[in-house]
Structure formats: C-alpha cells, structure tokens
Design a protein around this ligand. Structure first.
Ligand code: F6P
Length: 381
C-alpha cells in the first residue's frame, strides 16, 4: 500500500513512564520500513510551540533505546498550548498559542503527529485535530486511567515496582510487628494500588474510587491480630480520601510551563497515623513516588509499547487519523479522539484531573475488585 504519510513527528507529553522510548523506537522502525521520515519534537507540546525537533533514525538517534527509561525526546508536564501562561506588561495572562504550533507543523510539512501521553495530552491532540492537524495518539500513563483502552504503556512497570516494594515491606513488617503503609501514585484511579496489592499480598488497599472508613481498615488488621498476625501491609493511592473528606494535597504548582495543577501526597502518612492509634501496632509510611515512573520497562511494557508504536504508524500509513491507538479485549484497535475526550469538548478549556476530564477509573464490577474482596483484602469500606 502506498503510504498516506511521508513525513511524521512524535511528541512525548506528560509525566514520564517506562516505555516511552520503546514506543518511539517502534514508530521509527515501522516508519522506515514504509519509507516515511520520522522526527521527534523535544519536550512535548513545547517542542511543537518552539518548533524544536530532531531527526529520528534507527541508525543513530533512536538506536539502543528499547530498554532505556525516560524519553530521548524529553517530555513536558502541564503544557497546554491552548491555554498557556505568558507574562505581558508584567502581568500573568493565559493565551491560546496553538495557532503557532499549527503553522509550524504546516510550514515544515508534517503529515501526522504522534501524541504519546495521557488524558490531557490526548485532549490537546483532539483540539489540534479540530485545527486541521492529523494526529494519532498512543495511551501513556502509569495511572492506567486513559479512557477507551484496557491498558496504557508504563502501567505494568509501575505495578511491578510497587509489587517489589511490597515484598520488601512485608519482611520488615513481619520482623518488627509493624503496619507498613505504601503510598503509590494514582490521582483519580486506583489501578496501581489495587493490582499491586493483589500481586504483593497486601492486607488493605485504599483507592480513590472507594472513599475509605479508617475504622473498617483497622478492623481488617484486628482480625489478623486475632489469629496471631501482628503485622500488616497496606497500599494507598495518593488520590485516596476518607469518607466525607478531601484528597491530601502537597501544594498547587505551576512548574513554569503554563498550567497550574495540584501535587497530591500525604494520605499514606495520615492512614499510618490513624491505623497506629486504632490498632496499637506501630505504623510506618513509605512513599514510592517517582520510582514507579523511572528505569527500564518490564518485558510486558516493552512488548505493549512496541505493539502500540508499530500499530500507530500503521494507522498513519493507512491515513487513519485523529484516533487513539488502543487495546480492546486483547486486540489492537483505534477509537476516535472525540470518543476519548468524552464530554470534555471545549477546546483548550481543561487539563486532566478535573471533573470534566474523561478518565478510566476502577469500576466496582471489575475483576480486580472482585478478586481483592474474594481473598479478603480490605478496601476500607
Ligand atoms: O499522572 C501520572 C502521575 O504519575 C500521577 O500519578 C502523579 O500524581 C503525577 O503524575 C505526578 O506528576 P508530576 O509531579 O511529574 O507532575
């Protein structure tokens, strides 16, 4: 088939994950086999704005990167070029700078832009599609909360890191008769907490989808104490919150990139303190943080990322634009970006993490929830 594209570019946007480079490599390799030139914008949507890009080739720039963490073309967090903070006459104002990006893409003759990112990134991709740019999304985030796909790349590696941490916490919890709380990422979705809790044999998993009752969580520990187990391992999503309470926020931040967002954190410490009081066992909190995002991807993520990258390039060759590459019931497919953004239609209006953003959260009928309950993991309800 004659390729519908001749020159394409990739951008990586949002918090990094293990697997970015594996996707980039797969796109580049598939592009080369179809005689398509491939480029990479540096620092996500900022690269698009500043027209800052490099040539990507499997012979040099994109060579030897399959197992490498991070992103060889960087990644920008919180870059919303449709609503971008600039200083004018000494004052902070928000402007729509997307037209500059559109001009850059058109002038330099890119037939398609691959947007590697989470819900905010795909929201901007959809907004660019309405401005006449061909885009193809690839779903990324350790949180696994992108709508319309069963899984995002980077998630499996994060679960693996959290599971290893739980294994380590288990032995120290048992040795010292302590409660070990592990706070993991997951702003609005408890996928990492839930799956790692099952994989790591945790006793309690608290997730944003189920506001927790700390007394109920403490009861689960007391039941263990009653059978002579004087220790417990607890996983808490950073976005978990108590019934009738609020999420724990470290601070509002800007990061100098135009959009303010909220840094979550602290719920693990609160849970540890409360459980210590209610059970009489000493509790310690561990925050896993950015370790979940860095380093080499698991074999699963290398394969998933490669499949996503190759398929995304295949869609470009076929001229199937303005879609997100997805995995549905084990099969690669695509869905329109309109479907991905759901009701979050207003161009440039919102970033992720707001009530308007369309994120895929854990549903109560999901197998992971059922399995957790079946084996007696307390979900704090
Ligand atoms: O969205 C992925 C994520 O890892 C969240 O779980 C976390 O809250 C956030 O990124 C932190 O991102 P950063 O501090 O890089 O902005």
């Amino acid at each position: 088939m004659e390729s519908k594209v001749k020159k394409v570019a990739i951008l990586a946007n949002g918090g990094d994950v293990s697997g970015f480079n594996a996707v980039i490599r797969a796109i580049v390799k598939t592009a080369e086999r179809n005689h398509v030139e491939c480029y990479g914008f540096i620092d996500g949507y900022h690269g698009l704005l500043k027209n800052n890009y490099i040539r990507l080739s499997s012979a040099d720039t994109a060579s030897g990167i399959l197992a490498k963490g991070g992103s060889i073309i960087s990644s920008s967090t919180n870059a919303n070029v449709f609503h971008y903070k600039v200083i004018e006459d000494g004052k902070e104002v928000y402007k729509d700078l997307s037209e500059q990006c559109v001009q850059n893409v058109k002038e330099d003759g890119f037939d398609c832009i691959f947007t590697l990112g989470g819900d905010s990134t795909q929201k901007s991709a959809r907004d660019f599609s309405l401005r006449g740019i061909n885009v193809i999304g690839v779903p990324k985030t350790i949180d696994n909360d992108v709508a319309c796909t069963d899984i995002t790349f980077g998630y499996n590696t994060a679960v693996s890191v959290a599971t290893e941490a739980l294994d380590r916490l288990h032995t120290t919890a048992e040795t010292h008769d302590r409660i070990m709380v592990l706070e993991v990422m997951g702003r609005e979705a408890g996928w990492i907490a839930l799956e790692s809790a099952i994989a790591g044999g945790a006793d309690i998993a608290l997730i944003p989808e189920i506001p927790y009752d700390i007394e109920k969580a403490a009861e689960a520990i007391k039941r263990r104490q009653a059978i002579g187990k004087n220790f417990a391992v607890v996983v808490v999503s950073e976005g978990a919150f108590p019934k009738g309470g609020e999420v724990s926020v470290v601070h509002e931040r800007d990061g100098g990139k135009g959009v303010i967002n909220i840094q979550l954190g602290g719920v693990g410490e609160k849970v540890a303190e409360a459980l210590e009081k209610l059970t009489g066992l000493t509790a310690r909190c561990n925050v896993l943080g950015y370790m979940q995002r860095g380093g080499t991807p698991t074999a699963f993520d290398r394969v998933l990322s490669t499949k996503y990258g190759a398929k995304a390039m295949e869609f470009a060759v076929q001229g199937k634009f303005n879609v997100l590459t997805v995995l549905k019931d084990g099969k690669l497919d695509c869905v329109s970006l309109e479907e991905v953004v759901g009701n979050n239609k207003e161009i440039g209006a919102v970033q992720g993490g707001t009530p308007e953003s369309n994120v895929r959260v854990v549903t109560m009928d999901h197998d992971l929830v059922k399995t957790a309950r079946d084996i007696g993991i307390s979900l704090g309800d």
